[in-house]
Design a protein around this ligand. Structure first.
Ligand code: ADP
Ligand code: MG
Length: 885
């Protein structure tokens, strides 16, 4: 009868009562209570007890049991070792961590219980297997250390990609450190976040992580942040002079965040820490400020709906040839520059590649043969690279001289510099091609990777083996002759090695010296002492050869690892070249121009297009539009026009063009002049807000508040139909007040789309406001969208016509026209009334009314005023009020 299997908790098991192997398991498991333990037994990773129950549920594996000395069998399930990556990846994507426990000695030769140890803990932020990583995305592990002193929060934050060795860090110390942390998280989108306990008090940060990311959060104890622990970690990593070499800000928290990250890597990886050779300290001010909302609204790297790459700026600009370039492009898009000199260096490089058609084509062709050496280097360092992958590194090295030469042949300082950073790595290429055969196996399991002539012993052992086989056939021939049995052959199986097989009809002629081993229906199998001696020699050679090949391969990996810095620098230069070539290629294919970028205050665009929509439209033509914005009298473009006219598209296209220019790309326009903007802010109204929450209005106002607090004169602000979430009067009042505040107090370049017609009068009394509308052609009840932006306010809202266009039945649109006429007739001058309302509200809100105004009010005869005179009167009042400030 089968023993019963119940789910046992490892914590509750008395180790004395179980089998020795299970004792070993429990001991290891107790050090890793929070991870799913993959325990290697032969060709499988087995899971036991609660891990088995969890894994069988999550991975849909059959749950079995293993006798382990207890009354009940231990729940067990397993996965084949050669395909563990898929299973581990699935567990990790579901938020688990996986501890890999390996056999540390050969089970065949080990005496007693095989020694086992955890070689690595795989967590979302420490994955290096290419099958678990997206080629075109970095995978960041983040560490945040925050502290509050005198009511103010400070934080150090860093991001490291173990698979590529990149690391970035920055200090955050502002009025709103919480918001700043969120901005950084949006920039890097880490998959795992380490926090110190104090971060739990930064509710906005924890809420954000929970609601808007899939990142795994790892709370580290305060003990991990002790000065001595941190000093040791940094010293081990960067040497005793880390304080000088790392350039961390004095008295900052970055060392704590980074030290804790290194500590975590030490705990989980054997080699992960070696990969990080330096940290780049960046100040937020080095990059354009892009709030999380803006990144989402502008659809830089993923669409709002569906979160896909297709339909994003990344999608349009991605003409890269390498995975390294793809990741670099993404990070450039996520981090536009603000230093006009740096931007122009990139633009000049793109221009050089744009003009040199042949060189660009050759360069892209050379790049297309470049392997992801950045991530491969990590696997080489970990010792997990395969012979085929190492060969690919060798092949890549072979392309480097031509990449270097092509880049250097273009006369642009940045290209020449990158060219200089490419090390042709000829020594590594030589080493690899001497050591490995041309087409090495996918793994080293059966050997056969080392090239003949590389190592004398390998050659010798191979001779024995091959000679051995020759000897076998000689022996076979000899036996045939001696025994006179023609149907005699030497074979091999795993159970008893080499044997002599004789078919049934000749069994009678077999000599006594043959020892019978197995009876088959067709004949008998025998061995002889002579055969066994030969077998030992052959098998011994085979085994020794395998060990030797592993050893030589490990030495090869080690030798390559020692050149890590050179490979890393080369990889980084190649990635940047790939992006620059990609920009040039996109510019040629999509007909972009080089923008003029400087520190002026203008954004002037001639015939600008929306980079993404123009690609999506394909067949039909995108209508280009001009833009004139500055920080003076054209600081606020007030854009009106019916729904679907193209207001949102126009505003976004301007933001995207500025952003493209600042990442160093050419832009979709016939001419373009960008004065560097320090930030882009967007607020998209309720109607377009795809991620509309429960309290849309609250969300909207919070976002507007943020913009008003943070935008500077050098920012670019996009407000798309704000005030939609509330009643018309409230909405209009808020919109108007916001426009005034932005123009008078901030003075930044702003694009403002509104359906409140009444606001178009603001160009009269607020400096910097210019009216524009998107033209439509009206014939009878029908309208055609011209998609062209023209000066002046829209003359009508065309709501009913658009409704008709959308397919509302004629009867309904006719009736709507009738209702509209009635309304207009019964409320003449509705617009005027609306404006009166505003001015009174303003006067009312101003507690110190100057005497001049009081006098005017006392003398006016309201009874005799026409509406127009009333308006003018109010205008005078207002002037008097403003004049008195
Ligand atoms: P609005 O914000 O005024 O309601 P949108 O900007 O959302 O209008 O534009 C509606 C649609 O019109 C877009 O999805 C796009 O397909 C098309 N469109 C907008 N601008 C243009 C243009 N300049 N040329 C061609 N099609 C355009
Ligand atoms: Mg819109």
């Amino acid at each position: 009868m089968a023993e019963k299997t119940v789910s046992q908790k490892t914590q509750e098991i008395d180790a004395q009562t179980v089998s020795p192997m299970m004792q070993q398991y429990l001991e290891i498991k107790r050090q890793h209570p929070n991870e799913i333990l993959f325990y290697r037994i032969g060709d499988f990773y087995e899971m036991f007890f609660e891990d088995a129950v969890t894994a069988s549920r999550e991975l849909e594996l059959t749950l079995t049991g293993k006798a382990c000395g207890l009354d009940e069998r231990a729940p067990m399930c397993g996965v084949p070792f050669h395909s563990y990556e898929i299973y581990a990846a699935r567990l990790i994507s579901k938020g688990y961590k996986v501890a890999i426990c390996e056999q540390m000695e050969n089970p065949a030769t080990a005496k007693g219980l095989v020694k086992r140890d955890i070689i690595r803990v795989i967590t979302p932020g420490t994955v290096i297997e290419s099958s678990m990583l997206a080629d075109d995305k970095n995978n960041y592990l983040c560490s945040i250390c925050a502290r509050r002193s005198r009511g103010r929060w400070k934080a150090g934050i860093c991001f490291a990609d173990i698979s590529t060795g990149e690391a970035y860090a920055t200090e955050l110390n502002t009025e709103k450190t919480g918001t700043a942390i969120i901005t950084e998280l949006c920039r890097y989108m880490p998959s795992e976040i380490l926090i110190n306990p104090a971060v739990l008090d930064l509710k906005e940060v924890t809420n954000y992580i929970r609601q808007h990311t899939n990142a795994l959060v790892e709370l580290r104890e305060d003990a991990c942040y002790q000065q001595s622990v941190i000093d040791t970690a940094l010293c081990d990593q960067f040497g005793a002079d880390w304080k000088q070499t790392c350039h961390f800000a004095p008295d900052g928290l970055v060392p704590f965040a980074f030290g804790a990250l290194l500590g975590y890597l030490h705990e989980t990886q054997k080699h992960g820490v070696d990969r990080i050779k330096s940290v780049q300290n960046y100040a937020d001010a080095q990059y354009m400020h892009l709030s999380p909302v803006t990144r989402a609204n502008l659809e830089l790297t993923e669409t709002m709906r569906g979160r896909e790459k297709r339909g994003t700026l990344l999608w349009v600009l991605d003409k890269t040839e390498t995975s390294m370039g793809k990741r670099q492009l993404r990070s450039w898009i996520e981090q536009p520059l603000v230093d006009s000199a740096a931007i122009n260096r990139r633009l000049d490089a793109v221009e050089a590649l744009y003009t040199a058609n042949v060189t660009r084509a050759d360069l892209r062709d050379a790049l297309s043969h470049v392997f992801d050496i950045e991530r491969l280097t990590t696997r080489i360092l970990y010792g997990s690279a395969t012979p085929r992958e190492v060969k690919a590194l060798g092949d890549t090295c072979a392309c480097l001289p031509s990449v270097r030469e092509l880049a250097g042949s273009c006369k642009a300082p940045l290209l020449e510099e990158l060219s200089g950073q490419i090390d042709p790595l000829g020594d590594i290429q030589n080493l690899i091609s001497r050591a490995l055969i041309d087409d090495p196996p996918a793994n080293l399991k059966d050997g056969g990777a080392i090239r003949a002539g590389y190592n004398a012993e390998v050659d010798e052992l191979r001779d024995i083996m091959h000679g051995g086989k020759g000897v076998l056939s000689q022996l076979e021939a000899k036996l045939k002759e001696e025994t006179g049995i023609p149907k005699l052959k030497i074979g091999f199986n795993k159970v008893f090695g080499y044997f002599i097989e004789v078919s049934r009809s000749y069994v009678g002629s077999v000599p006594d010296t043959f020892i019978r081993k197995q009876t088959l229906t067709t004949g008998e199998r025998y061995i002889t002492p002579e055969l066994k001696e030969l077998e030992n020699k052959i098998l011994g050679a085979n085994e020794r050869l395998l060990v030797l090949e592993h050893q030589l391969f490990a030495e090869l990996l080690e030798a390559i690892s020692n050149q890590l810095l050179r490979i890393q620098r080369t990889a980084s230069a190649v990635a940047q070249l790939d992006v620059l070539a990609s920009f040039a290629e996109a510019a040629v294919q999509n007909n972009y121009v080089k923008p003029t970028v400087d520190d002026s205050d203008v954004l002037t665009i001639t015939e600008g297009r929306h980079p993404v929509i123009e690609q999506m439209l394909k067949g039909s033509l995108f209508v280009p539009n001009d833009t004139t914005l500055d920080e003076g009298e054209n600081r606020m473009l007030m854009i009106t026009g019916p729904n679907m006219a193209g207001k949102s598209t126009y505003m976004r296209q301007n933001a995207l063009i500025a952003l493209m220019a600042q990442i160093g790309s050419f832009v979709p326009a016939s001419r373009c002049h960008v004065g560097v903007v320090d930030a882009i802010y967007t607020r998209v109204g309720a109607s377009d807000d795809l991620a509309a929450g429960q309290s849309t209005f609250m969300v909207e106002m919070t976002e507007v508040a943020e913009i008003l607090q943070h935008a500077t004169r050098d920012s670019l602000v996009i407000l798309d139909e704000i005030g939609r979430g509330t009643s018309t009067f409230d909405g209009m009042s808020i919109a108007r007040a916001v426009v005034e505040y932005i123009c008078d107090q901030i003075g930044c370049k702003t694009l403002f789309a509104t359906h409140y017609h009444e606001l178009t009068s603001m160009d009269q009394d607020v400096y910097g406001v210019k009216n524009y509308n998107i033209a439509v052609k009206k014939r009878g009840d029908d309208i055609t969208f011209l998609r062209r932006i023209v000066p002046g306010p829209a003359d009508d809202s065309y709501g009913i016509e658009v409704a008709k266009l959308a397919g509302l039945p004629d009867a309904v649109t006719k009736r709507a026209h009738a209702v509209l006429r009635q309304l207009e007739a019964s409320a003449p001058g509705a617009h005027t009334a609306m404006q009166l309302d505003f001015e009174t509200v303003e006067a009312y809100n101003n507690p110190t009314v100057p005497s001049e105004v009081v006098d005017k009010l006392n003398t006016v005869d309201i009874e005799t005023l026409t509406p127009l005179e009333a308006l003018n009167f109010l205008f005078e009042l207002k002037k008097a009020l403003n004049g008195s400030h």
